[in-house]
Design a protein around this ligand. Sequence first.
Ligand SMILES: [Zn+2]
Length: 373
Amino acid sequence: MGWSLRIGRIFGIDIKVHLTFLLILVWGAFSYGGNAGPWYGMLVTLAIFTLVLLHELGHSVAAKGFGISVRDITLLPIGGIARLERMPKKPVQELIVAVAGPLVNVILALILLPLVVGLMIGQSIPFSLRLMTQPGMLGLLTFLLGANISLVVFNMIPAFPLDGGRVFRAMLGFFTDYYRATKIAVTVGRVFAFGLGLFAILSMQFWLAIIALFIFMAGSQEGLVAATRGKLRQWQVGQVLGRNPISLPPYATVGQVAPVVMGSYQANFPVLDPTNGQLLGFTTNRKVAQAMAQGQGQQPLTEVMQPVHNVPVVGFYARLDEVLEKLAETPQRVAAVYDGLHFRGLISLEDIQRVFQFLPRRRGEIMPQPKQL
Ligand SMILES: [Zn+2]
């Protein structure tokens, strides 16, 4: 995310703050400071964002438990975002990942509660909501207790993509397929986000209104991506794989294969072992052209080849949405297609994009880049 500063690393995850976050710190210093002054206000604001960070770490640790890597956690003025490499598609996993965040706040609240009660009894102060705005240890702990409870309540609103919305989709996922579950969750989520926005405007809570708008748009965006992927799911790799692709021999030089590559519409060329037809790697028309342009026609083809161990593998009968997911996990744009042990061809992101051009779609439905999954 642009305009972000890296402030540290926890469990191998980069922790970043968006630059606008600094504005919130200043705003918090004055609105939470009260009689105790802006430094206390800043402390309270930092404490809130620590809770948000711990919440996001909850999601992240759960995701990592399912083998999903977490790119980073960014703190924004409207809250935190943990960017997962992909979303878990198994309902049970999504349920656990979604619940793990709020669960952290429940645990923190359960730790804070006896401390607050203990301090209140010790100082014989009766409970009142005004305690939260009193500077000092008791005030701060009471405030944090309240903030934890608010975080749980807010995040469990079933407005997709809030945690509550994800829990809702996961539950729907037990009864219907992922894409239908997403469609329903997004529709219900938009109603809740709209309601939240209306409430925010009527109660003049400017900040909440912005958050509601953000939820509405983010939910719609995920809905579109899911709709696209649902359509790609109807096609199998074998149905769209190029017929009779040109393959290249490993012992040739770049200069020797250049005329073949130049004269073909093919973008990616498998390099096959001529004795058994097994895939050794692949090269692209761009790489061959580049080598030629730099006068390196003499070098062996294998020098401009992506070796097979770097190439993700998909089945001949795999669905296109699965291929997209597979490509998202690697830096590659090309996957090798196998039917059992037999190599059948290469499929690329561009191939899937081409298929997408032919599918009936609504306005706004765009081909998801693997990195947006
Ligand atoms: Zn969350």
